[in-house]
Design a protein around this ligand. Structure first.
Ligand code: MOS
Length: 709
């Protein structure tokens, strides 16, 4: 790859360019756009998990002052099917987003009606008065590894093969001098970004086009879905989302409330606002599937692996199939001649499971990295040494070389920084009063991918540059890092660069997902900037003409992605204190060392990785959506009962990275850091808990009861 990027702004710890606007309230979020004559929408959710609506009596609700209309399947506008509305070959989302199209109820909390009213309070009160009658059918919501109806999905998320196999795993396990066979489970988890999912739909007076101010991870995705559902050409739908308060995957693509808001505005012939309440988000914004993962490892005496088998059972919804790619990281982590990964799914009467920070890698690496710790103990080896002995020279399954692979460097660097060398091999050897103290390590990984994006760069006579691209800043720092990339690509200081992002009217680009943003958007910007500089110098001798100048650039595909395996790596270290009397786990220290290509901005990067690790801590100790099978749903629908790590849970979190130059991934050399921070944290903590207590917890979260006799 031709490296032409001279880095000046890149690498500088620039503060968030949108920071001041956000903390002063000047940055407008979707729900805050002032529009005249606005109405408010409040959904009515099903109180059964499966069946059908037999009747809806909205007369009492409708009679309340201020109520404009009550939508239900009996009167709602008809939608067009949503086949092929999602990118990446994802399955049809017609059923999940086909809101109010039939009397069928497919999960508890499904939108079965919606009140449109003059105020939010009126809408909410009226929603409580809509009488919905059901014919209830038995629901099926429980995941078990021995379900007879588990099926093999055609592909898994990310477009990966569902299963892979090499060599003879069973024979290798049978003849291995050391082997283990354990099942690890992770619970369902619900995404809880600070800003709830919200949308404001405004139809044009002629009813021919619609504008949405919407909290999402990709305006183009929402534009596409709404255009298809309402039978509009793309250019008649505009989606605006310059500031978004977190998403973590839950704001990828679209959820039913978006459709409901657009319908409401269409029927009321007035703008309509809909923000999900925190409780509603637990049914209408996706969740991470629980997983049941059987991990079998076989090794020779010195710890070298001869076999790895990772068999995953997880769930998806009757209304939408999202097959989480849980065993995928196992395909690239360690060398072993005999290997297998499989994914089996149960289709349940629950809401749609969805993307949640590092889908696949996050739960999958909890199992693999816990198992590696168990193997190290079985071999009497230091867990870092075990990983180094199993470091593959090339991608073990595809045989392709890695574009760069920094796992061992991260482990060694981390060991030094963390003070790993003084660690006792024996568990339960350190104690401070009632506190048992232990340390643990786990590896981290996330693929480096890029998706198509286009950008337009303009310059005026005064030398001010405008960069236009439908990139998404959901808190990831895109406003800042894309400005830095543009500045270097244009060879001007960042102060001369102005960005426009988060608007479907801008040049098309992939949304924020798969940690692909900086690489994909940055590459398009790099190409547009290079084209502009070439024009300026070749056609105008470096002098901007009076009318200004512009150029477009696009990134389509990275040809080297076929030649190389491209992944970021990391090493996570944890110190825990476990109270012998109460089982309470504290995590005074976490360290993450990452090898993720070039870091564009050390300040925003640290924030991303720190956030990921904190979410990993949350996963390790707290997060768990609790299913009540009789009720047919997860029941802990708020922050009182769905626990998330707070400041009081976080001790010292040390985040660092190694200098990694990767000339293959993209001209900037970035690999993406949005998700890798969460990968491996929970395993490092579970491994530390074992080291402290001698108790192996294979079922997340690590709650007190699991550590008491
Ligand atoms: Mo991420 S879960 O790909 O938004």
């Amino acid at each position: 790859m031709k490296m032409q990027l001279i880095t000046r702004a890149i690498g500088a710890p620039l503060g968030r360019l949108d920071g001041a606007q956000k903390v002063t309230g000047a940055a407008k979020y979707a729900y805050e756009y002032p529009v005249d004559n606005v109405t408010y929408v409040f959904p009515v959710q099903s109180t059964i998990a499966r069946g059908r609506v037999t009747s809806i009596d909205a007369s009492t609700a409708q009679a309340l002052p201020g109520v404009i209309t009550v939508l239900s399947h009996e009167n709602a506008p008809r939608l067009a099917p949503l086949d092929n509305a999602l990118p990446f070959g994802l399955p049809s989302i017609s059923q999940y987003l086909g809101v109010l199209q039939s009397d069928a109820v497919s999960y508890r909390g499904q939108v079965v009606a919606a009140v449109v009213a003059e105020t939010l309070e009126m809408a909410r009160q009226a929603a409580n008065l809509v009488a919905v009658h059901y014919e209830e059918q038995p629901h099926d919501v429980e995941l078990h590894a021995d379900r007879r109806d588990l099926y093999t999905p055609e592909k898994i998320n990310g477009g990966y093969e569902t299963d892979t196999a090499q060599g003879d795993v069973e024979a290798a396990l049978a003849s291995a001098s050391i082997s283990l066979d354990h099942t690890y489970t992770t619970p369902a988890e619900h995404n809880n970004p600070l800003e709830p999912h919200a949308t404001l739909a405004v139809w044009s007076d002629d009813g021919e086009s619609v504008t949405l101010y919407d909290a999402n991870q990709g305006a183009d995705w929402v534009q596409d879905v709404v255009a298809k559902a309402f039978g509009l050409p793309l250019e008649r739908v505009r989606v605006i989302a310059p500031y978004v308060g977190g998403g973590f995957g839950s704001k990828a693509f679209a959820h039913p409330h978006i459709i409901v808001a657009v319908m409401a505005a269409q029927v009321a012939q007035r703008p309509a606002k809909l923000a999900l309440t925190r409780q509603q988000m637990f049914a209408l914004a996706g969740y991470r599937t629980p997983t049941i993962q059987r991990l079998r490892l076989g090794a020779v005496g010195d710890g070298r692996l001869t076999a790895i088998a990772h068999d995953v059972v997880e769930q998806t919804a009757a209304v939408y199939e999202m097959a989480e790619q849980t065993a995928v990281p196992t395909r690239i982590m360690y060398a072993a001649p005999n290997r297998r990964t499989t994914h089996r799914l149960a289709r349940l009467d629950l809401s749609a499971n969805w993307w949640m920070r590092a889908p696949g890698e996050c739960p999958g690496m909890f199992a693999l990295e816990s198992a590696m710790d168990e193997l190290a103990i079985a071999c009497g080896l230091d867990p870092i040494e075990l990983r180094i002995r199993n470091e593959p020279g090339v991608d073990p399954e595809s045989g392709r070389p890695f574009s760069s692979r920094g796992l061992v460097v991260c482990l060694r660097e981390g060991a030094q920084r963390f003070g790993w060398t003084q660690r006792d091999l024996q568990p339960r050897t350190r104690r401070d009063g009632p506190w048992l103290i232990g340390t643990g390590v786990a590896a981290s990984t996330y693929p480096s991918v890029q998706f198509p994006a286009a950008a337009l760069v303009q310059v005026d006579r005064a030398g001010h540059y405008l960069v236009r691209i439908d990139a998404s800043d959901i808190g990831n720092g895109a406003w800042t890092v894309l400005t830095q990339i543009a500045a270097d690509a244009l060879e001007v200081p960042p102060e001369r660069v102005h960005l426009e992002i988060g608007d479907s009217a801008l040049p098309k680009a992939v949304g924020a997902g798969g940690s692909s943003g900086t690489a994909s958007w940055g590459w398009a910007i790099f190409n547009a900037a290079s084209a502009l500089r070439a024009r300026l110098h070749e056609e105008y001798s470096g002098i901007v003409p009076a009318e200004g100048l512009e150029a477009t650039g696009a990134f389509v595909t990275n040809p080297e992605a076929q030649q190389y395996a491209m992944h970021a790596f990391g090493a996570q270290f944890a110190e825990v204190r476990v109270n012998v009397d109460t089982g309470e786990v504290r995590v005074p220290r976490l360290l993450g060392v990452f090898a993720a290509g070039r870091i564009i901005n050390p300040k925003t990067a640290r924030s991303q990785l720190l956030g990921g690790m904190t979410m990993g801590l949350s996963m390790a100790l707290h997060e768990e959506s609790v299913l009540d099978a009789r009720f047919g749903d997860y029941v802990n629908h708020d922050f009182a009962e769905y626990h998330i790590a707070t400041n009081a849970d976080a001790g010292t979190i040390d985040v660092t990275w190694i200098d990694e130059e990767d000339p293959h991934v993209n001209p900037m050399g970035v690999k993406g850091i949005g998700e890798i921070g969460i990968v491996g944290t929970a395993a490092a903590i579970a491994n530390a808990v074992y080291h402290a207590t001698g108790i192996r917890v294979r079922d997340l979260p690590i709650t007190l009861d699991k550590l008491l006799p």
